[in-house]
Design a binder for this molecule. Sequence first.
Ligand SMILES: *Cc1c(COP(=O)(O)O)cnc(C)c1O
Length: 477
Amino acid sequence: MTLTLDPDDWRALGATGHRMLDETLQHLAGLRERPAWQRPPAAVREALDEPLPLEGQGLEAAYESFVKNVLPYPNGNLHPRFWGWVQGTGNVEGMLADMLASGLNPMLAGFDQAPALVEQQVLRWLAEMLGFSGADGVLCSSGTMANLLGLAVARHGKAGFDVREEGLAGRPPMTVYCSAETHGWARKAVEVLGLGNAALRRVAVDERYRMQTAALERAVRADREAGLNPICVIATAGTVNTGAIDPLEEVAAVCAGEGLWMHVDGAYGALAYIAGSLRPLLTGMERADSLAFDLHKWIGVPFDCACLLTRHPETQRAAFELAPAYMTATDRGVLAGGVPFADMGIDLTRPFRALKVWMSLKAHGVRKYAALIEQNVRQARVFAAAVEAEPLLELLAPVEMNVVCFRYRPPGLDEAALNALNQELLLRLQESGAAVLSSTLLDGRLALRLAHVNHRSRDEDFDVLLQAVLRLGAEVR
Ligand SMILES: *Cc1c(COP(=O)(O)O)cnc(C)c1O
């Protein structure tokens, strides 16, 4: 008999598949009844340390193990009271679209195929949603990757020589500017691009954790005078620590004056642009040369999906395009139109990520997403007001959008004791399964950090959090 991976009995396999779907939907419907997080116990760690299966056990057995050992123990990001980090909460339409995309499994380097038309349409929609009409770009795995691609395009556009052909040796070092509050992707990116960590200038922030543009200008001028080659400013729309938004208009003016590429990291924050009440916070974002953002955060599609948009598609293409003989565009047939998506980034084989975005936007509509983002920001502000009203709690940073940094602060403790108390409180909160927060350090003070992109949170969930924090604070103290 000839071997294949297809089943002998499609009906039997279908029954298992239907069971998987039904049970997954049941699981999602019951999330609120489960702990926000629980540590995988010893038995699970053992079960997931099996020898390599040389002989197959069948799909049923594999699924049984999944239900028992994997399903109950994820990191918790789907739970209504998960606000630990800016992680998306997923959506059912996106999940189903992922199944359809995997079932169809088209290869999305490009090609003359309907899935490519879906992806092009999604890119047009995203550009229109974020005030970048006429821009082009690429979908990719993560905010980290979208930002890295953006910086690679900036380097190609602003190096002043053919960096793809010649590399960096023997040239004046290029420099890149960002605020001291910029996400860790920027360091990885300058390292991977061969510029080195020393090329990343961390500009000081003001009391609202926003880049000081006067300091930015001084740094650029000083570097120029020292014979370096400044190429790009990274502004952040929604920082990871506090949700701060750099003064985008001012950054745009500096970039225009100094001939620098303006890249915006809008991983989650850029999406606030679709909400009318929040759009003014992002004034100036539309002046960026490139914008990176996630669809798996504030649009909530299942991991992973992010996007880089640029106002200079020709530069983006020139930064990555190849024309190997086996993939040269033809004017008819499957390869008509070439591989435009592969030419706009690094990946060649690409999944049909666009489908979950397409289906989510079609199913819910942009207006509903805008209302959800406004709901998240309102809930964060209401929670921050409750923190301010509670004598035992202290707000540690202004609440710009959806991030609240605070701590439990009984009288009579010094900073070191407060940090230790809040760290223990945080871990007990996570281990209780009541809610998940994370922490960060702000001027040496350990803050409990609530980062809210959760479409499942109800107003009363924040009361549960407040009570849990007060109870655990009293317990640890
Ligand atoms: C999440 C985040 C990133 C990184 O995005 P990933 O999708 O996690 O790689 C970058 N910048 C900011 C501001 C973020 O919040």
